[in-house]
Design a protein around this ligand. Structure first.
Ligand code: HEC
Length: 209
């Protein structure tokens, strides 16, 4: 280090190629140190603290708002297949539904809804129908003679819709448990696409905003 000389060729050579041992220019070093400092700050703000939502976070927020708006537009005529499918595609509603399920339903349907006293809700077989609105009616009105309570009164329609949206999201996930009961319910193409389509419409809208 003591006797630094600009443009001095170093002794070694690789395949006849030799190199200088010059200092990096200051502007280059400043960019390097600057980007290290920036990266640390960026990481702390966006990842560690989550203080500012990143692009994915903002996208999720917009999606959520758009879906809420869509749900509000649908609310008029009471719950329908479309509105229940939409709810089943909203992570927040499904999470709330899951919490309700864990409180009220696991005793009989087991922790993963794989069935216990009550039937397995993760297969494709349904005693009272596998359409979202049919599941909604079963949960609201219950099957008292078989030991399934009418939850409509106890939980109210909003919470029933949430727990149903969780049940919808479990359909055909086939957790090993109680043997299938009832009839095979094949999801219609419309039903499979409904949530996707609604999502992508809203995604398109918000992406062009
Ligand atoms: C005390 C036990 C019990 C509890 C608690 C219970 N269920 Fe049930 N559930 C049953 C039984 C038993 C059946 C089957 C009824 C029949 O055979 O017709 C059933 C059926 C169902 C069905 C219809 C399944 C099908 O194949 O058509 C759904 C959906 C359902 N329950 C959802 C729920 C939800 C959601 C909750 C919580 C809010 C819940 N159940 C709580 C006992 C229970």
């Amino acid at each position: 280090m003591s006797e630094y000389k600009q443009d001095q060729v170093r002794e070694h050579s690789f395949d006849g190629i030799q190199e200088f041992d010059n200092r990096l220019p200051n502007w280059w070093l400043w960019i390097l140190y600057g980007s290290i400092v920036f990266a640390v700050g960026y990481w702390v703000v966006f990842e560690t603290l989550g203080a500012v939502p990143g692009p994915n976070g903002r996208y999720a927020l917009e999606m959520e708002a758009a879906m809420e708006a869509q749900l509000a537009r649908m609310a008029g005529g009471g719950p329908r297949n479309e509105s229940l499918n939409l709810m089943a595609s909203m992570p927040e509603k499904v999470a709330e539904g899951r919490a309700l399920f864990e409180t009220y339903c696991v005793v009989c349907h087991a922790d993963q809804a794989q069935g216990n006293v009550g039937p397995n809700l993760t297969d494709s077989y349904w005693i009272h129908g596998g359409q979202p609105i049919e599941i909604y009616h079963t949960v609201t009105e219950g099957v008292p003679e078989k030991g399934m309570a009418a939850w409509g009164r106890q939980l109210g329609p909003t919470r029933v819709q949430k727990v149903v949206s969780y049940v919808i999201s479990l359909r055909n996930t086939n957790v090993a448990g109680k043997d299938p009961q009832g009839e095979l319910y094949q999801m219609t193409v419309d039903e499979e696409n409904a949530a996707d389509e609604l999502n992508s419409e809203d995604a398109g809208e918000s992406a062009t905003k």
